[in-house]
Design a protein around this ligand. Structure first.
Ligand SMILES: [Zn+2]
Ligand SMILES: [Zn+2]
Length: 105
């Protein structure tokens, strides 16, 4: 697992990637700072649907709210769906795409 930690100190905000939720040194005062929040990232490989390249590694698991079509026309329902976000490492492509990893119940 890789964590994208967000830090704020001395009026500055920055992010850093670590393999844990850990402190980082403030670039201004050099003090150890606890992250204000942390995004869970993980590494994975998938095939890019645009260029077919397989060097797609950067993944961010995120939750999105999707609109579901329901039997009753005119009524829309929101459900939670989990996506893996991939970014193509092919420089001439570089597109982002999503894969559903968990269907809503
Ligand atoms: Zn500081
Ligand atoms: Zn691509």
């Amino acid at each position: 697992m890789i964590y994208l930690n967000h830090y704020t100190h001395c009026g500055k905000s920055w992010t850093d990637e670590y393999d844990s939720v850990c402190k980082d040194k403030c670039p201004v005062c050099n003090k150890e700072v606890t992250p204000t929040s942390s995004d869970v990232m993980k590494e994975d490989v998938a095939y890019c649907p645009f260029c077919g390249g397989k060097s797609v590694v950067w993944v961010n698991t995120l939750t999105m709210r999707m609109i579901d079509s329901v039997e009753d026309p005119g009524i829309q329902k929101f459900t939670d769906t989990y996506f893996d976000e991939y970014q193509c490492q092919n420089e001439s492509c570089g597109k982002s795409f999503y894969e559903i990893i968990e269907e809503p119940k």
